[in-house]
Design a protein around this ligand. Structure first.
Ligand SMILES: NC(=O)c1ccc[n+]([C@@H]2O[C@H](COP(=O)([O-])OP(=O)(O)OC[C@H]3O[C@@H](n4cnc5c(N)ncnc54)[C@H](OP(=O)(O)O)[C@@H]3O)[C@@H](O)[C@H]2O)c1
Length: 330
């Protein structure tokens, strides 16, 4: 019997949408059916590149297409709420790029709408679904490195883009916290849970967004998670988790498909390697399709509660640093 497939529509065909469309080519139970851009020429070019049957010159037109089951939203941060609500109103399931919303209130509105419409909604926190991250969590949970005492994680990109670019543009809710810092924070929450306290400090741009930010989480007893993100420098993007009986090292570009190095206190090293079929975005696509086909409204791996916990943590970091997005008050 032929495998049942969900039909995808993509809106906002920019940088990440290209990666996602590439991954969809290998994803199980998925078919790329339509693309929508603010400009028909952009939609057509994208459709040609990925052999997509339908191209639309507006997001709304795509949402009116009855054959589209699920929409992947790949627009800048400030538009996630508006685009998601519109998609849900048109009875589409939604996979929305990170961060789901730019503050807790926005995410609660999105979740409320998905619940009301009985539709699937998930934040595209792709790293959560990668085998290397799943393995890391398994190793920590099974006590392979004993009690965790220190987590360090960094994710910086030296961004030479101008002030209008979404990295810096405060109107688009730019800044490192929501862009790259989110991955560090996600890792700490995933592996260690909610911190007892947070201490954050940021270097702000003239627009008031964070060009760089550091955030330390304090857990029970003496355990710390020490993390940072920057658009001004490009140190190694590495994560390490140190426990009483060893450590786990995720090498450069730790948030991407990669290997896991487990190093025990006696120096013995075990390396876990994984075969990837595409660029890694296929895992979040497959999880989405699987949940939709099973009639679920959220994923057990990255639930609404997980997204709320993540954005609430980022809200408190922003508050400490005095970062406010115009028109998107905390
Ligand atoms: N998961 C990941 O690894 C990853 C990596 C990078 C980015 N992201 C996330 O993906 C989202 C998009 O990032 P990106 O790097 O792909 O951005 P991008 O290249 O700028 O693409 C965003 C697209 O959104 C549309 N758009 C609608 N209104 C816009 C506006 N006012 N300004 C700019 N573009 C607008 C544009 O498409 P049309 O004009 O054609 O409609 C544009 O191509 C963000 O949420 C970001 O955090 C995720």
């Amino acid at each position: 019997m032929a495998e049942k497939k969900v039909k995808w529509g993509i809106i906002g065909p920019g940088w990440i949408a290209h990666k996602f469309a590439t991954a969809l080519q290998v994803a199980h139970n998925s078919e790329l059916d339509a693309v929508g851009s603010r400009h028909i020429d952009t939609a057509k070019k994208f459709a040609d590149e990925f052999h997509i049957p339908k191209a639309y010159g507006s997001y709304e037109e795509l949402l009116q297409d009855p054959s589209v089951d699920v929409v992947y939203i790949a627009t800048p941060h400030n538009l996630h709420l508006e685009n998601t609500l519109l998609a849900l109103e048109h009875h589409k399931h939604v996979l929305c790029e990170k961060p789901l919303g730019v503050n807790r209130k926005e995410e609660e509105k999105m979740i409320e709408k998905a619940r009301e419409k009985n539709l699937f909604l998930m934040e595209a926190l792709w790293t959560r679904f990668l085998p290397n991250i799943i393995k890391t969590k398994e190793l920590i949970d099974s006590g392979e490195i004993g009690d965790v005492k220190l987590l360090t994680a960094s994710f910086s990109i030296k961004s030479d883009n101008g002030p209008e670019h979404r990295h810096y543009n405060i109107e688009l809710c730019g800044g490192t916290i929501l862009d790259t810092g989110i991955y560090n924070i996600f890792l700490s929450l995933l592996l260690l849970g909610n911190p007892k306290s947070i201490s954050a400090m940021a270097g702000l741009s003239e627009q008031g967004g964070d060009n760089s930010c550091s955030y330390t989480f304090k857990y029970e007893k003496d355990t710390l998670a020490v993390m940072y993100s920057s658009f001004l420098a490009d140190p190694p993007v590495v994560a390490e988790i140190h426990g009483t009986r060893g450590k786990i090292v995720l090498d450069h570009l730790w948030f991407c498909p990669g290997k896991v190095r487990l190093i025990k206190s006696d120096g013995k090293e075990k390396i876990f390697e994984f075969a990837f079929r595409s660029n890694g975005y296929e895992y979040e696509a497959e999880e989405t399709a699987k949940c939709i086909l099973a009639g679920k409204t959220q994923s057990d791996l990255w639930s609404w509660k997980n997204s709320i916990q993540l954005i609430s943590t980022m809200d408190s970091i922003r508050k400490q640093c005095g970062i406010v997005y115009p028109k998107h008050d905390l």
